[in-house]
Ligand binder design. Structure first.
Ligand code: EPU
Length: 350
């Protein structure tokens, strides 16, 4: 087994899509469960009591300051077919694999389901933590098991999907077990028969515009359309630092929505259940006049106001200042508290 190579005073610039300059005291990338156990031992021996953070592709993080501890990153790759039935496959994927490479590979094998989740930034491990979602699909629909290492004692634990408590951008790994487990592998059940998921209006209209009808639709058509829509709406982090949606879409009681509708007739919503609806944060932010506006080195994206961007050389504090202004205006005008979807890393106690 190769030894891990801890890197000291490590620049996190290429590990956060916001493009924020911050350093970690120590950064350890590992390629196997054995190496992860070595990394945990290294942390215990040299950094006990200091912060420990496991990151994925860094597409959902905002560093407010340098990180005074150890950052772990998985480079566990590999796709393993565990079982094949008449209509579906069960596949085990390394947590360090790039998410979109996995989606592309799955489709090339004739394994269907993930096409609506094309081009989401990040890695496979984070998909199981965040329950990434887009265009009417969520990772949790396809996840069967999540294999983890307990960072507190190095023991292995596999979670069945039912134990993960998945919801909208939610899982047990973000709440009850926050920071405790490192995902090493995710097991997905995918279909051998393509059945298009056309539940998201924005996707069906884009397919229609490109002349695709349900009768001749392929999974590749969906993938290409999702990629085109994402490229058109969302800024490329290589060009302009960002972490995708900065805020979650707020889920509010129907009663509040009905009250708001009296004064804002066009307010859109999506039904969550009998009692709650989801209101697009993008709409709320646009109504407050923030679409395309900047504050110092941070800006609200002009095509998708849910996305905050680094307009050049912004610090974590610059982005947070903009975040707070947007939140304050939305709260004042609509009485709704926008919650960041992005993980904000600040106030480390050592
Ligand atoms: N809207 C506006 N103004 C705009 C843009 C959008 O008012 O300039 C309103 C419209 O009412 C529109 C609605 O927002 O119908 C929804 O917009 P969109 O379809 O672009 O999706 P979203 O709700 O803003 C969510 C996810 C995205 C995901 C898309 C597509 C969250 C927090 N965001 O955005 O996820 O790609 O749906 O499914 O749920 C991410 O998490 O990083 C991400 C990009």
């Amino acid at each position: 087994m190769n030894e891990i190579k801890p890197q000291l005073h490590y620049s996190l610039l290429s590990h956060n899509t916001f493009g924020i300059q911050a350093h970690a005291d120590c950064f350890i990338q590992y390629t196997s469960v054995e190496q992860l156990l070595q990394a945990i031992a290294c942390y215990r021996e040299h950094y006990a009591g200091r912060p420990l953070l496991h990151i994925g592709g860094g597409s959902n993080l905002l560093f407010m300051q340098d990180f005074p501890g150890v950052i772990l990153h998985s480079a566990i790759e590999g796709v393993e077919l565990l079982a094949q039935e008449e209509e579906r496959v069960l596949v085990r994927v390394g947590a360090g694999m790039n998410w979109d490479s996995w989606v592309e590979y799955s489709l090339s094998q004739g394994w269907y389901g993930l096409e609506n989740l094309s081009l989401i930034p990040g890695e496979v491990g984070a998909s199981a933590v965040q329950n990434i979602g887009a265009y009417g699909a969520e990772a949790a629909q396809f996840i069967r098991k999540v294999e983890c290492v307990d960072l507190s004692d190095g023991s292995l634990r596999t979670f069945d999907v039912e134990e993960c408590d998945y919801g909208y951008r939610h899982s047990v790994f973000k709440t009850l077990h926050r920071g405790r487990y490192a995902v090493t592998h995710v097991q997905f059940a995918l279909s051998l028969r393509f059945s298009p998921n056309l539940s998201y209006h924005g996707l069906t209209s884009a397919l229609q515009e490109s002349g695709k009808t349900e009768a001749n639709l392929t999974a590749q058509d969906i993938r290409e359309t999702v990629i085109a829509v994402r490229r058109q709406k969302l800024p490329d982090p290589q060009v302009q630092g960002n972490a995708g949606s900065f805020f979650m879409n707020p889920v509010v009681p129907v009663s509040l929505y009905n009250r708001l509708k009296e004064s804002h007739a066009t307010i859109p919503c999506y039904r969550v259940d009998d009692d709650n609806v989801k209101i697009p944060a993008a709409w709320l932010i646009e109504q407050c006049g923030w679409k395309g506006r900047s504050l110092g080195k941070a800006a609200v994206h002009a095509r998708q106001p849910l996305v905050l961007v680094n307009a050049g050389g912004a610090s974590g504090k610059d982005i947070m200042e903009l975040c707070r202004c947007v939140q304050a205006d939305v709260r004042e005008r609509f009485g709704i508290a926008l919650q960041p979807e992005v993980m904000i890393l600040s106030n480390f106690c050592i």
